[in-house]
Design a protein around this ligand. Structure first.
Ligand code: M6R
Length: 613
């Protein structure tokens, strides 16, 4: 939550920062603000989106500056308004800060600072941080970077901060603990940002900061030290990201672009890993830990939201192919229980962003109990891949729409590959089954392409028909039960229509009471081992006059007779069917939200990366 960006160099900082904030807006859009050293240290901030800030500054003639910081906010402490917007000044207005994260002990720090004469303008925890830095700097008579370092020893919580100061127009001081921060290294210029998207159009050279590190950019030089004041040699990496990947490319919304990118993202997730002709499947990150995985007593999967749904599909995959018992846990629950975990367990952490605070905390807990942690993430260089022992990226490319789409199909694909590799190594699947399954997996991108071509118009029509419904039910069985949950989540988060996903057989235990002629019920009912059972469930809904929309396998006639609408997907082994059946549900939520005029890419109250618990 919250996006931060800062710049120092030969360009106009204002433009670099505004462009960067637009790229980071998926992280929060309650308010936006910028501070520039342009004569004095001036802060401009506004409730609302970056475009509102930009509009408010249209007639501002003094934005000339080569150094500045900017922030886009997802509100935690204090309502979204101009005052609580970042950047925040120090008391003497000689410094300003941007902050992503949460300062847990801000209340006691604030009390202490108030007793020392500080007054605060905002209700935020972030303002306390800059006052603390200011107090230390004045009291210790030290440099800004030293004051930041000392403040870090007093602050409890998560943060990525950047501080700008009047005292030096070439200087930015930044630090991180628990929230992401990337340094972009250009020719005589530096960028700081929550992720690489604001940086990639200027330079591909980046340094991903680690926790407890302080960055000082001064006089055109970059220095990194630990909070213990030890020097660090910056490890400069080259970004594997193109500008086109983070632009809409002609699509109306990022979400639609990302849905339509799935044939490519799925090919990318398998590239160099599967070769069905040679009966070859390898995941580099698995090699070192393959024996541990084969001998695992149990796999525990942790994640949140859509990633948790991918974990539920993986439960079926690992139990079927690798015969290892699996438990799937919400990371937020797992971290606060006293879970029974030991060194024989494998924990798989799933996360698109690689920054989800609860998932990170679950990893740390499991690690402390001796488990091996394997990450399945999308954002390269993010915190979770760095906190795990090993892992596999899904290579879906940047996902910017708040509603996760291509990440889900990529996650299931990578988890399916893992299950097959372990199953083969353990001998829990035969060689011929293995060959059949990797051939099936390889066929998926073409099948997804076919679904997108053949169903988009029809789904748009269905969306128009049902857009005024107040509730939706999504029902599936087996591998497609998690897809029912995912379909319901997609609809809720971007259209604000209440939706619930259920295992179809659970209907009879309560939810069937909701069925009447107003209730759309979406069945995920491909031809699989529970087909006959789900046909009976459809009959039960039809008998009670529910309105049935069914996702079925091409050629199905039985369910077509029972349903108001059927959406066809190609035949595939049932283990991989979630990767196909979820696609029309992504389109359904998209088209419903668009026809209701909702903000698809930035739905209310949400942020893409949930970096606070
Ligand atoms: O980045 P992560 O995969 O860890 O994020 C987990 C959830 O916050 C995320 O899946 C969320 O539920 C999405 N908005 C769903 O579309």
């Amino acid at each position: 939550m919250c996006g931060i960006v800062a710049y120092v160099g030969h360009r106009q900082a204002y433009q670099v920062i505004i462009n960067g904030l637009k790229r980071l807006e998926y992280r929060g859009y309650d308010s936006a603000g910028i501070a520039l050293l342009n004569g004095g240290l001036n802060v401009y901030k506004k409730k609302g989106k970056v475009a509102d800030l930009e509009a408010s500054l249209k007639n501002e003639g003094h934005l000339n500056s080569h150094i500045g910081i900017g922030h886009t906010r997802w509100a935690t402490h204090g309502e979204p308004n101009d005052t609580n917007a970042h950047p925040h000044y120090s008391a003497n207005k000689n410094m300003a800060i941007i902050h992503n994260g949460i300062i847990e002990n801000y209340a006691s720090l604030k009390q202490d600072l108030i007793s020392k004469g500080h007054t605060f303008q905002s209700e935020t925890d972030s303002e306390v941080f800059i006052h603390l830095i200011e107090h230390i700097k004045d009291y210790e008579k030290c440099s800004l970077d030293e004051a930041v370092r000392l403040a870090m020893t007093q602050v409890v919580g998560a943060y990525a901060i950047v501080v700008i100061s009047k005292e030096d127009s070439t200087q930015l001081v930044a630090a991180r603990k628990g929230s992401p921060l990337v340094v972009g290294v250009g020719e005589g210029e530096y960028f700081l940002a929550s992720d690489a998207t604001p940086i990639v159009e200027y330079t591909k050279k980046v340094v991903y900061l680690n926790d407890h590190e302080v960055v000082v950019i001064r006089g055109g030089e970059l220095h990194i030290r630990t909070v213990e004041d030890l020097p660090i040699t910056p490890y400069i990496q080259t970004l594997d990201m193109e500008l086109t990947q983070i632009e809409k490319g002609g699509y109306k919304h990022f979400m639609l672009k990302e849905i339509f990118e799935q044939p490519k993202s799925l090919r990318d997730s398998m590239r160099g890993r599967i070769n069905a002709d040679k009966n070859h499947l390898v995941l580099g990150g698995l090699i070192e830990y393959q024996q541990r995985l084969m001998n695992a007593q149990r796999i525990v999967i942790v994640g949140c939201g859509t990633s948790w749904h991918a974990g539920l599909v993986a439960e079926y995959l690992f139990e079927e192919f690798a015969r290892i018992p699996v438990e799937v846990e919400y990371a937020s629950e797992f971290r606060y229980r006293n879970p029974v975990i030991n060194e024989n367990d494998i924990v798989i952490a799933i996360s698109q962003s690689g920054e989800t605070a609860d998932t990170l905390a679950a990893i740390e807990l499991a690690k402390s109990k001796g488990a091996i942690i394997f990450g399945v993430c999308n954002v390269v260089g993010s915190s979770i891949p760095r906190a795990t022992h090993s892992g596999a990226y899904i290579h879906a490319g940047p996902e910017i729409g708040v509603a996760s789409t291509k990440a889900f199909t990529g996650q299931v694909t990578v988890l399916a590959m893992m299950a097959l590799i372990i199953g083969r190594a353990k001998g829990t699947i035969t060689e011929s089954k293995f060959q059949e399954m990797i051939t099936e997996l390889s066929s998926i991108p073409d099948k997804v392409e076919h679904i997108l071509k053949t169903t988009d118009e029809q789904v748009r029509y269905i969306a128009e028909e049902f857009k005024d419904a107040k509730n939706f039910l999504y029902l599936g069985r087996g591998y497609n039960f998690p897809v029912a949950l995912e379909g319901a989540l997609k609809l809720k988060e971007i259209s604000y229509i209440h939706a619930e996903g259920y295992p179809a057989a659970e209907m009879k235990h309560g939810p069937i009471a909701l069925i009447d002629e107003q209730m759309p019920v979406v069945f995920i009912a491909p031809k699989d081992s529970s087909y006959e059972k789900i046909v009976s469930n459809i009959q039960e809904i039809k008998a009670r006059k529910g309105r049935i929309i069914a996702v079925v396998t091409e050629g199905d006639t039985e369910i077509s007779r029972l349903s108001e609408f059927t959406i066809n997907v190609p035949q595939i082994h049932e283990a991989f069917s979630p990767i196909l059946t979820v696609v029309p549900l992504q389109l359904l939520s998209y088209h419903v939200a668009v026809s209701l005029g909702k903000d698809v890419d930035q739905p209310r109250n949400l942020a893409k990366a949930v970096t606070v618990e």
